[in-house]
Design a protein around this ligand. Structure first.
Ligand code: DC
Length: 220
């Protein structure tokens, strides 16, 4: 199958909108590959934090992204041979990811890496700019939203469930700051593609959101 004919479903949206869960389940139901593009930004951020590469060293961070030894094995994420599935979910890493994601040369460095995930029989790509920048010809584009309160509550449960400590007020403030950075940045800001289906999941279960995406795909 020519590369450009391999179907892609893009699922974009703000942090903690439920994208990750919906994307993973939709990929599983269709036996498609999955690209968690946020993990690539998180892996780069983790490397930068560990090595002490500062945010103002854009070139240095872009080099880390360019040579990122990222590996996805089932539901686990590896940095070379180290399993960092939990480590990249820490709030500190998420915040740094959101900051480095505003650097144009970092986004450029991760561009080709992301295109490489488009493999038969298909791909579900989860992120911020999957439908607008990385896979503009995707067969189905979905933009998931949810109120900041609903998202803070989900993130709270997620963090506690993973054994991290969490504080609701801090989470709300963090989410708002991250939304602000992700939507206002000059390169690839978080905006729905013109042809995206909008899905507000504030009052919806993950299962309902998954069924809606699958129904849209069946008619795409
Ligand atoms: O989806 P996430 O929370 O794991 O993403 C972490 C950060 O990476 C997020 O704050 C913004 C950035 N990101 C991005 O700019 N573009 C993407 N396609 C995915 C994530």
């Amino acid at each position: 199958m020519p590369h450009s004919h391999i179907p892609v479903i893009t699922i974009d949206g703000p942090t903690a909108s439920g994208k990750g869960t919906v994307a993973a389940k939709v990929a599983e139901r269709l036996s498609f590959h999955l690209l968690d593009s946020g993990a690539l930004y998180r892996l780069t951020a983790l490397q930068a934090l560990r090595r002490g590469t500062e945010l103002r060293d854009e070139h240095g961070i872009a080099k880390l992204a360019e040579h990122l030894p990222a590996r996805f094995v089932g539901h686990d994420v590896f940095l070379a041979s180290e399993n960092v599935t939990q480590a990249i979910r820490a709030e500190e890493v998420g915040n740094m990811a959101s900051k480095i994601a505003a650097l144009p040369s970092v986004r450029q460095a991760l561009f080709a890496l992301q295109l490489g995930f488009r493999e038969a029989p298909g791909l579900v790509a989860d992120g911020r700019d999957m439908g607008t920048v990385i896979f503009p010809t995707a067969k189905l584009k979905v933009f998931l939203t949810a109120s900041v309160e609903a998202r803070a509550e989900r993130r709270y449960k997620q963090l506690i469930g993973k054994g991290f400590s969490a504080n609701m007020d801090d989470l709300l403030a963090d989410l708002q700051a991250r939304d602000e950075r992700d939507t206002k940045r000059a390169v690839a800001p978080l905006v729905p593609a013109e042809d995206a289906h909008l899905l507000d999941t504030s009052n919806m279960s993950a299962e309902e959101a998954i069924e809606q995406v699958l129904a849209w795909y069946a008619h795409a």
